[in-house]
Design a protein. Structure first.
Length: 386
């Protein structure tokens, strides 16, 4: 029965308010009895009808003071369940984010409020396309990684530092198994069973976590992310699974005089062909985009799930360490810094887009438009839109 022992401020306050309630109830009943007697002695029993409302307001006073302030967060935490065990007395990341104690955080808090507003406004302004679907199913939540111990939900977006963030999530959920994120090999970070995702829970459990955990994601300039995906999956000789799975299909569909060898290997897809494949309406009708070039909008559902924090690749370390700070782990966990020599840059992206016709550029922009607007990326200066 150890889980019944109140451990956090909220739970303590909850018990306190219960105590006050019963105290006030018995006091009020006593007063009521006394007044009734006095009034009846004076022969004015009828005015006692005014007392029940008075009694009710005393009750509501207690309900208001403690209950309303504390129970909303507490009730969601399932008082008699197992959730209580791990955050003894500390503030949740959501409390840290929305009610920061330290004042120096307030500039950062304002910045993140602006980013949240930008997402909300874009969703509203584009509601015809952004909310085509009314509800999500558990299957839509496969990219939302859950950390129960620190009450975090991270939606991973490939090509936006997702390997390092998965490593961090493994350290956070590992209960001491790992201490240094970089000791985890990259391929192990991508083993799906190493992290728990939100679709693995029951519907009530999903709703509870969406409400009370801090939800965050990391985004990147959409075309830079796209070029990064192209370079990583199609220009590197070693990864044959993407060549076989997508390369052969792209060449077959987009290259007029493809050689037998190219059709078989699928290992020399040109960026122009990749773009033609992306804007071809058939592509998404057949199957959803691969996650490496799927829009953030479709991977993380920001118009249905209200993210508390939008991190950006452009300010990766800063934003990542802010998340770790809110989670209360920044004293022993930092975002790993790494060599960025092969990273796709804006100049590189400009070069890749030089060979794309303005017609295709316009169509491609349409595919990724919501990601541009929602995360406040301006139309790239190299783009020649029609
Ligand atoms: C969007 O970006 C512009 C500059 O590119 C900046 O001035 C503005 O504050 C940003 N807005 C939000 C909501 O981040
Ligand atoms: C190649 O791509 C597959 C499919 O995503 C992935 O599982 C594998 O780890 C990749 N191999 C390398 C060497 O990156
Ligand atoms: C395809 O190859 C044939 C023979 O080499 C050539 O005559 C034709 O012009 C080529 N077509 C295109 C679209 O390149
Ligand atoms: C652009 O096209 C030219 C000529 O076809 C080619 O040599 C060059 O490699 C292309 N650049 C990129 C970045 O694909």
């Amino acid at each position: 029965m150890s889980s019944l022992i109140p451990v956090t401020q909220e739970e303590f306050c909850y018990l306190l308010s219960l105590l006050s309630l019963s105290l006030s109830l018995s006091l009020s009943l006593g007063v009521l009895g006394f007044e009734l007697r006095t009034l009846c002695l004076l022969g004015r029993c009828s005015t006692t009808s005014a007392l029940p409302p008075a009694l009710l307001s005393i009750l509501f006073f207690y309900v208001d003071t403690c209950f309303q302030r504390w129970t909303p967060t507490f009730m969601r935490r399932n008082p008699f369940g197992v959730d209580i065990c791990c955050r003894k007395g500390s503030r949740s990341p959501l409390q840290e984010l929305y009610n920061p104690i330290q004042l120096e955080l307030s500039n950062t808090a304002v910045l993140h409020q602006m980013r949240r507003d930008q997402v909300t406004d874009t969703c509203r302004a584009n509601s015809a396309t952004s909310r085509k679907r009314r509800v999500l199913t558990p299957n839509d939540l496969k990219h939302l990684v859950v950390d129960e111990d620190h009450e975090l939900i991270y939606c991973y977006v490939p090509k936006v530092a997702c390997t390092n963030w998965k490593r961090l999530m493994m350290v956070l959920t590992g209960r001491g198994k790992y201490s240094d994120p970089m000791e985890i090999p990259a391929n192990e970070a991508h083993v799906s069973t190493n992290l728990k995702t939100l679709n693995q829970y029951s519907i009530p459990e999903i709703n509870h976590r969406l409400k009370s955990y801090m939800k965050f994601l990391f985004v990147r300039e959409p075309f830079e992310r796209l070029v990064s995906a192209y370079r990583n999956k199609f220009t590197q000789k070693y990864n044959t699974s993407f060549h076989k799975r997508y390369g052969t299909k792209i060449i077959k569909r987009q290259r007029k005089n493809a050689t037998q060898e190219a059709l078989r290997k699928g290992d020399d897809v040109k960026f122009e062909e990749f773009v033609a494949y992306l804007i071809d309406p058939h592509t998404q009708r057949e199957e959803p985009f691969n996650e490496h070039w799927q829009t953030v909008y479709s991977l993380c559902h920001p118009c249905h799930i209200r993210y508390d924090l939008v991190g950006k690749y452009e300010t990766l370390e800063e934003d990542s360490n802010y998340v770790l700070q809110l989670a209360g782990v920044s004293s022993y966990l930092k975002f790993p810094t790494y060599a960025k020599s092969t990273r796709t840059t804006d100049e590189m992206t400009t070069e890749f887009f030089q060979n794309i016709s303005s017609e295709h550029q316009t169509q491609l922009y349409e595919v990724y438009k919501l990601d541009f607007l929602m995360f406040n990326y301006s139309v790239p200066s190299y783009l020649k839109l029609e």
